[in-house]
Design a protein around this ligand. Structure first.
Ligand SMILES: [Zn+2]
Length: 433
């Protein structure tokens, strides 16, 4: 198959008159279009970009959207997240995942990390999420949570021994999947014990994968880690020996300058979720400083009820705007950087060969409609994509070479049916008093 867009974004910038050849889920070549060939997919008036990478999400939370929007974090957690996540059986978990994946694909996200913690002492729920991703057609990184804080609902919790064994089993079960990888995810310094964090790191080491961990999202977390462990979160993780190139710290809002330098020195990575940080009133991660320190950065939406959108293009825009207002500097984070964080850099952080239109890369691609008003006038198309583009511009999406969105509609399932099921499941849900 060859895709023939009007423009394609390659390492050389926007190119016209090129064909993108796709074989076995990968980009085989980016070549002069030449004469038509059987299997060509003409994309007149469209530009082809790498699909975006959502490096942090909790898919089931899409079902909780709108239920605690104006609550503070603790009230949201205790009155919405904890009680309502208890109502989700395996079918509900799969429905939430399908709903979130479908929305992400329509917004141009071709990879999603689902940091998944409704594990019910096993892997069957995670398998339901993996099956949903396969059916909807998104590339999935199942960040299999490892959680043992006693204050959390029982279904989140396991012993480190059980969690270690189950994560290994899940990794083994999906080692040869084309579009799903499993990575360990000890929840956070407050949600996972020392033994659990070490167990997550050990699995990552032995399986040669990254691991995910929430770090310093709210100000209270640093104070709590300091009180309980005698060190702030990044120092504490360093003391445990897990701060290194395998670590993807999620959020990292409340770090001091020494912790930022330490993350860079250890070659750790960040999954940055600017909209969620704003929505929850967490604070502002010092992104330019982290980038200058050498920290590798991906972008995430976080869950659908703490954003409340599921678009990585949106996160590119928010990442840039938020740093401008923080630093009172319109040059704080340029469009090319913001775009790279949501594509190539995100893929690198997750250890995926995606995020670029180049031979050998995974064929995860997005086409946008150049006639969309938000892309006019066209002077610097990449800047327009980051700062101006409406979600309506995304017309077509391919994941692993499979066209999963065509002319703005999912090819893999009926959105009408999906929304009807979401309405039925969530009818009458509200925050507890
Ligand atoms: Zn999270």
């Amino acid at each position: 198959m060859r895709l023939l867009p009007e423009l394609v974004l390659t390492g050389a910038g926007w190119e016209a008159g090129r064909a993108v050849a796709v074989t076995d889920g990968r980009i085989a070549a980016v070549q002069p279009a030449g004469p038509p060939q059987p299997g060509d997919v003409a994309l007149p008036g469209r530009a082809l970009l790498p699909g975006t990478v959502n490096a942090h999400c909790h898919t089931f939370q899409s079902l909780l959207r709108g239920l605690g929007d104006d609550l503070d974090f603790m009230a949201w957690r205790d009155r919405v997240l904890y009680p309502l996540s208890e109502r989700l059986d395996r079918g509900g978990i799969a429905l939430g995942a399908s709903f979130a994946f479908a929305e992400m694909l329509l917004r141009g996200a071709t990879t999603c990390v689902d940091f998944f913690y409704l594990n019910d002492d096993g892997n069957d729920n995670a398998e339901a999420v993996i099956e949903a991703a396969r059916a909807v057609g998104i590339r999935l990184v199942l960040a299999r949570a490892m959680y043992d804080w006693e204050g959390a609902p029982k279904r989140y919790r396991e012993t480190p021994t059980d969690a270690r064994r189950r994560v290994r089993e899940l990794i083994a079960a999906h080692r040869h999947d084309a579009a799903c990888t499993v990575q360990p995810a000890p929840h956070s310094p407050h949600g996972a014990s020392e033994a659990m964090i070490r167990a997550g790191w050990e699995v990552a080491e032995s399986e040669a994968t990254p691991f995910h961990i929430h770090v310093a999202e709210g100000r209270y977390e640093g104070e709590r880690t300091l009180r309980e462990h005698g060190a702030t979160p990044i120092r504490y993780l360093d003391r445990l020996g897990v701060l290194g190139p395998r670590m993807i710290g999620v959020h990292c809002v409340w770090l001091d300058p020494e912790e930022i330098a330490l993350m860079g020195a250890r070659d750790a990575a960040l999954a940055y979720c600017p909209s969620s940080n704003m929505f929850l009133g967490d604070g502002i991660t010092r992104l330019p400083e982290l980038l200058r320190a050498g920290v590798r950065v991906a972008l995430g939406t976080d869950g659908g009820c703490t954003n409340n959108r599921l678009s990585v293009f949106e996160e590119m825009r928010m990442a840039s705007l938020l740093q401008r207002v923080r630093l009172l500097d319109g040059t704080a984070l340029p469009a090319t950087t913001a775009f790279a964080l949501g594509t190539a850099s995100g893929a690198q952080v997750l250890d995926l060969e995606a995020g670029m239109v180049a031979p050998g890369r995974l064929a995860d691609l997005v086409a946008i409609d150049l006639a969309e008003p938000s892309l006019h006038p066209s002077h610097d198309l990449l800047a327009s994509v980051v700062y101006a583009m409406s979600e309506r511009a995304v017309t077509d999406v391919w994941v692993h070479g499979r066209r999963v969105v065509e002319d703005g509609r999912l090819t893999t399932l009926s959105m009408e049916d999906l929304l009807a099921r979401v309405r039925e499941l969530t009818a009458g849900w509200r925050a507890t008093a």
